[in-house]
Design a protein around this ligand. Structure first.
Ligand code: ADP
Ligand code: MG
Length: 505
């Protein structure tokens, strides 16, 4: 079956493989997009927090400058220099109250000390007053750097799923940097804002795609198994219409198998009906042949009977005349002989035709048979030719019976030739490509048959010849019919006759 697929026709298997590849590509694209989205979300949150820290840092620096300016106006040292811890803590606290999650304080460079720590938005139970111990080192480092480099510095630390942002900027007193302020913002869970969602989504997606692929491969396997079973079943049905197709390839294939089984059953029924009809037809054909035969026999019997009756009547009247009696009895005897001969022929005809078909080379057979007629044709100055067709296989026919058919038709053809000569041509031919049927054609250039007589040719005892029996074509047709073949006659008076015999091989 597979070889019969046209180029460019895709099997279901390859179509499903393409589907699988597309599904895998879709997963890859979805994963890439999810990663990008996640990444951008994290970057956006961190960026926004950094901006906020810078704003808070600016504000804090400004407030401190105002404060220290007012201290300087009073010729007092700056709050940091004066270690005004409470004041500074208040400043930090007031400012950071507006910044959710931000904690911070100041760094005094001279003492390397962290002061003024506050975390007003702390979510704990009480106030948080201590610099976070774990981050203290980083805070100091960032604060020192800002002081040393005299510019705002930021740093970012990754802690598992959190990101911690550090910010520091120098604070001036009288145009000189005296320390720095620092801020810290812990962005809790920012590194995994969408990670659980993404992870689970991806796992589910992969699961679904794997499920699709497994289901597709299972379906394809089941489908091809079902199709193989169907093919094997169809092969079996081809040889035996009684075979049943079974299928395990799913509902649709089961339905096809059931439909094929129904079709095979109906074909089987039809074949049986046709065989019955053919048998009936053969019986009817035989009955009609019998009817024709009986009519012909009655006709043949009536003439001699009438003649015998006439002679018997005359004999009764001329009972005293021995010479007349003798004459009448001799006529009666010859009529009885005629009837006896008729009975003989009838008995010959009544012999049932038992066919004994066997394979043989038709061309060889016809060549040999024609040799028997060669001398007779020559004596009539007639030409006898044979044109064999190349036949690939031997024919399966009853050789003797075929010989009888050929004899009867050939005799008629030679008898039809005019005395000054003519031509009889015999041909063989294969009627179809597989040589399921062969034809044997005998044509002559004889007297031909008037169209009105054509329908009577196969009647028993129909003859136009003085010494004819009228049984040649009748017997030939019976033999051909019993082989399942047919016989056709085509003729034109004055031109010639063609008899074609067609046999199934
Ligand atoms: P018979 O040869 O004994 O007459 P057949 O049955 O062989 O009986 O033929 C019946 C009749 O058909 C013949 O008498 C003849 O009139 C006619 N006939 C048969 N074959 C030919 C032929 N090839 N050419 C002309 N007439 C034919
Ligand atoms: Mg004849």
């Amino acid at each position: 079956m597979a070889q019969e697929l046209k180029h460019g026709t895709w099997s279901l298997k390859s179509r499903l493989a393409v589907l699988g590849t597309l599904a895998a590509a879709a997963v890859a694209i979805a994963a890439f997009l999810a990663f990008q989205m996640l990444h951008r979300t994290e970057a956006a949150v961190v960026g926004e927090a950094e901006r906020q820290l810078a704003v808070a840092g600016n504000q804090m620096a400004n407030r401190y400058h105002y404060l220290s300016a007012s201290f300087l106006e009073r010729d007092a040292p700056s709050p940091l220099a004066a270690r005004e811890e409470v004041l500074i803590t208040q400043l930090t606290e007031a400012l950071l109250a507006g910044y959710q999650g931000v904690e911070g304080g100041f760094y005094i460079s001279a003492d390397d000390a962290l002061v003024g720590y506050a975390y007003p938005t702390y979510q704990g139970t009480g106030r948080k007053t201590d610099v976070p111990a774990a981050e203290e080192d980083v805070i100091r480092r960032v604060a020192r750097r800002a002081f040393r480099e005299e510019k705002a510095v930021t740093e970012q630390a990754d802690a598992a799923r959190d990101v911690i942002l550090f910010y520091a900027r120098p604070v001036m007193a009288g145009g000189r940097p005296e320390g720095s302020l620092w801020l810290m913002h812990r962005l809790t869970g920012v590194r995994a804002i969408a990670a659980p969602l993404y992870g689970w989504g991806l796992i589910i997606l992969l699961g679904v795609v794997a499920g699709i692929a497994a289901w597709a491969s299972f379906t394809v396997r089941q489908l091809s198994r079902g199709v193989e079973t169907l093919e094997a079943g169809l092969l079996a049905v081809e040889h035996d219409l009684g075979a049943e197709i079974s299928s395990q390839g799913g509902a649709e294939l089961d339905r096809i198998a059931a439909a094929v089984n129904r079709l095979a059953r109906s074909l089987r029924d039809q074949q049986e009906r046709q065989a019955r009809l053919e048998a009936d037809l053969r019986r009817a054909d035989k009955l009609s042949a019998l009817g024709r035969l009986v009519a012909a026999v009655a006709h043949e019997v009536r003439n001699p009977l009438a003649s015998i009756r006439l002679k018997v009547e005359r004999s009764i009247k001329a009972i005293a005349d021995p010479e007349k009696l003798c004459q009448n009895f001799s006529v009666i005897q010859s009529e009885i002989d005629r009837l006896d001969h008729l009975v003989d022929r009838l008995l010959q005809l009544a012999k049932p035709i038992h066919l004994r078909p066997a394979p043989f080379d038709l061309n060889r057979f016809v060549t040999d048979r024609l040799e028997l007629y060669r001398a007779r044709a020559d004596s009539q100055r007639g030409e006898l030719v044979f044109e064999p067709a190349p036949l690939t296989a031997p024919v399966h026919l009853d050789k003797d019976r075929l010989g009888q058919v050929l004899d009867n038709i050939l005799t008629n053809a030679l008898e039809a030739l005019p005395p000054k000569g003519g031509r009889v041509k015999v041909m063989t031919s294969a009627l179809d490509a597989g040589a399921q049927r062969v034809a044997l054609t005998i044509s002559d250039t004889g007297v031909g048959i008037p169209s009105g007589e054509m329908s009577r040719l196969f009647e028993p005892f129909y003859t136009t010849k003085d010494k004819g029996t009228g049984l040649g074509l009748f017997v030939a047709a019976e033999i051909v019919r019993s082989h399942g073949g047919e016989i056709k006659v085509d003729s034109e008076p004055g031109i010639g006759t063609t008899v074609q015999v067609i046999f199934p091989c």
